[in-house]
Design a protein around this ligand. Structure first.
Ligand SMILES: *Cc1c(COP(=O)(O)O)cnc(C)c1O
Length: 393
């Protein structure tokens, strides 16, 4: 796809890629953005042409359109030089489950970190056995546990930092152990995006994303993407095709639009999140801020080694009861109470850790997860003060 006019210059830096990768204005009468191609049927001039459809760039609406191609090209560009290709799926959850399915083999283990995104864990509990494999959960903070459990694994799922509690595993240890075992690594990189961490450049095989979050950035779409290295790409591409998966064209187009501002949005999310995490650290009601970007976080050195920044999502452990945690959340006016994150707005949830940890049960206080949005941080802090006041009342 090098000389088709589509912009994908490998020498461009990431912010330039975000602005231009995947665009091909001269194929669309000079219009800057690609059209939202709504398509099932693709017509052919002759029957011979139709019989050769496998060789067509756009054989059928399910497989490829100029809209799909614009986004997959852009995502492959920002994922970096180890990336052989990218496919789109209807949700972030599907990016993880399809990534696993592309690699799982019968009579093996599929490893999940104990702090994995909970719906990914449900796939482990309910679906992995249908492939004749066994889901096994590892302690992301124990390299010994990781190495021991890797024996007999065909897939190792990695998430960093972990969902809800933000522990940082030693990714290099997991990659080395998986390589030795011949297991495929599937990395859920939703938190960092390729702007803050590029899994494939650290030896990971498959990178999975909830584009629903920072790619889209406006809380108005659901999409997932999966990028793979040369060793795993053929299997992933084939499975995606055989299962008949694709994202919706409107969502794809909106995601492409979201990418244009992702870098500036993330910079602001990071700046505000640092400010607010530091402020929360000094509050007497807060036992601990779960945020690897903070210098005294136990995961800070690993985060610093591997990641180039922080996004807007972290959590706090409250000193207090569950009832006080609920009072804190209910008193917030600016923060919306809701799942998903990565949009423009601040969000809060009470983490439910009882059913989602089996290796290392959570023993500290109530955990509140915060997404720091693009609002003025002074207003965000005032809102949190309201929460603390209600907790004490
Ligand atoms: C939200 C999320 C997902 C799932 O994304 P959806 O698009 O909501 O299905 C997967 N992994 C992580 C870490 C997430 O936060």
């Amino acid at each position: 796809m090098a000389d088709d006019g589509r912009k994908n210059r490998t020498n461009w830096r990431t912010d330039t890629q975000l602005a231009h990768a995947g665009l091909d204005p001269m194929s669309f009468h000079g219009f800057v953005n690609p059209p939202v191609v709504r398509a099932s049927t693709v017509l052919h001039k002759t029957v011979e042409s139709m019989l050769a459809r496998g060789e067509h760039r756009y054989p059928y609406g399910l497989m490829n359109t100029p809209t799909i191609e614009a986004l997959t090209t852009a995502l492959t560009s920002i994922e970096g030089k180890e990336t052989a290709g990218t496919v789109l799926v209807p949700s972030g959850l599907a990016s993880v489950t399809i990534g696993i399915m592309a690699a799982v083999r019968p009579q093996t283990k599929v490893l999940f970190p104990d702090n994995v995104y909970f719906p990914s864990r449900r796939f482990g509990d309910e679906v992995v056995s249908m492939f004749g494999a066994e889901a096994v959960y590892y302690d992301p903070l124990s390299n010994d546990d990781i190495r021991a459990k890797m024996k007999g694994a065909s897939v190792a799922v990695v998430e960093a930092p972990g969902s809800l509690t933000f522990e940082m595993p030693d990714i290099a240890v997991i990659v080395a152990a998986a390589e030795e075992e011949g297991a495929v690594t599937v990395f859920d990189n939703t938190w960092a995006t390729p702007l803050l961490y590029r899994p494939l450049e650290h030896g990971i095989d498959i990178a999975a994303y909830a584009g629903t979050k920072y790619f889209g950035g406006h809380s108005d779409l659901m999409i997932g993407s999966i990028s793979a290295n040369a060793a795993t790409w053929p299997r992933l591409d084939r499975l995606h095709r055989v299962l008949g998966l694709q994202a919706g064209t409107e969502e794809i187009w909106l995601t492409l639009r979201g990418l244009k501002t992702m870098s500036v949005r993330l910079a602001r999310h990071q700046q505000s999140a640092f400010k607010i995490a530091e402020w929360l650290k000094e509050r007497p009601e807060v036992a601990r801020v779960l945020c690897p970007g903070l210098p005294d976080d136990p995961g800070h050195s690993l985060w610093k080694r591997d990641f180039s920044g922080m996004s807007g999502l972290f959590a706090i452990v409250l000193k207090g009861s569950l009832e006080e945690a609920k009072r804190f959340i209910n008193a917030l006016e600016l923060f919306g109470i809701g799942a998903s994150w990565g949009g423009f707005e601040s969000l809060v949830i009470l983490a439910e850790l009882e059913q989602s940890r089996s290796v290392r049960p959570w023993t500290e206080g109530p955990v509140i997860r915060l997404h720091i949005g693009l609002e003025d941080p002074a207003d965000i802090i005032e809102d949190l003060e309201r929460g603390f006041a209600a907790m004490a009342a």
